[in-house]
Design a protein around this ligand. Structure first.
Ligand code: MN
Ligand code: MN
Length: 310
């Protein structure tokens, strides 16, 4: 097996069964470098539903994905062996059971010595992924979090675990190191000024949209510190402006353009990117698949980042 996308010459891009980037669908135990998978769970959403359908939509749109990165001069399909390992089994009516499934699914990927990129799912699914990573690496991770929201919010309807609390739990459980944690794309409005207490208390570096737009995007990119140690990137699609990514559950105006996202991802200095996710894509609210396409582009940039470090 060569772990390469199906050729568009052999089977045009609109044909063939859809996997991520037209890669082979294989068992996780096979020997390769990067596992792509879906987490079709949206039981942690508080507003518009539908993120459970994101893996299907992103697989379809990723048929247009390609390998060579013009700016980096690297082709991930040549540098890395990548495969689609399918979807993590989920229980649509139980967040608790789904968390256990995700932790064990990611644990298997890590045990077989692979990196990974997943497509959620809502942002509550990132917490069990980080639990599996902490168990594997035995230390808190460096963490880059793209989002319109802080996701350090309080419990809602007396439920501790939902898509707006994963980052708080990740810090409180010691899964990520708040000193090596950066949030990008954050903007208001908030429910109250107290929502900022958590990031202030833990001295988490929050780079807001005002920070992004102060000067040229290249000036902003220079302000992002480099990451050392095992590093995880969580990309909430609502960090992108609703004009570029309307298909999401809790859209917030005034966000990143897809071009700014590309510039930021290309500038990152991450030596050891062990895993990443793209979450909160809600296909029912998408228009002409542009949100799913933005998700595919983030996956492409992250694959090229992994390939550049190999
Ligand atoms: Mn989020
Ligand atoms: Mn968000």
């Amino acid at each position: 097996m060569d772990f390469k996308p199906i050729s568009g010459r052999e089977f045009p891009r609109f044909s063939a069964i859809k996997t991520f980037f037209r890669l082979p669908h294989v068992d996780v135990q096979k020997k390769f470098d990067v596992a792509l998978f879906g987490i079709p769970f949206d039981g942690g959403l508080s507003y518009r539903p539908g993120a459970r359908f994101a893996p299907t939509s992103v697989r379809e749109v990723s048929a247009l994905g390609r390998g060579y990165h013009w700016t980096r001069g690297v082709n991930w399909t040549e540098k890395l062996k990548v495969a689609d390992v399918g979807d993590c089994p989920v229980v649509p009516i139980s967040l608790e059971k789904t968390y256990a499934n995700i932790e064990s699914f990611v644990g298997k990927i890590l045990k077989s010595d692979k990196r990974f990129i997943s497509v959620g799912g809502d942002h509550s699914t990132t917490l069990p992924v980080l639990r599996a990573l902490k168990a594997h690496y035995k230390k808190p991770l460096s963490f880059l979090h793209f989002d319109a929201h802080l996701d350090t919010y309080p419990a809602a309807w007396d439920c501790e675990y939902h898509h707006g609390t994963f980052a708080r739990h990740a810090v409180e459980e010691g899964l990520v190191d708040p000193k090596k944690m950066i949030q990008i794309g954050i903007r208001g409005p908030l429910a109250s000024g107290e929502d900022l207490d958590f990031v202030k208390k833990h001295k988490i570096k929050v780079l807001t949209m005002d920070d992004v737009r102060k000067g040229h995007i290249s000036d902003f990119c220079k302000k992002i510190p480099s990451f050392d140690g095992p590093t995880y990137v969580s990309f909430d699609i609502d960090s992108i402006d609703p004009s570029c990514a309307p298909g999401t559950g809790t859209p917030v105006p005034g966000g990143l353009t897809t071009y700014e996202v590309q510039q930021i991802l290309r500038s990152l200095k991450i030596k050891n990117l062990v895993g990443a996710d793209i979450v909160e894509i809600s296909p029912a609210y998408d228009i002409s698949q542009i949100t799913a396409l933005a998700g595919v582009d983030v996956m492409f940039e992250l694959l090229c980042l992994m390939a550049s470090n190999k």
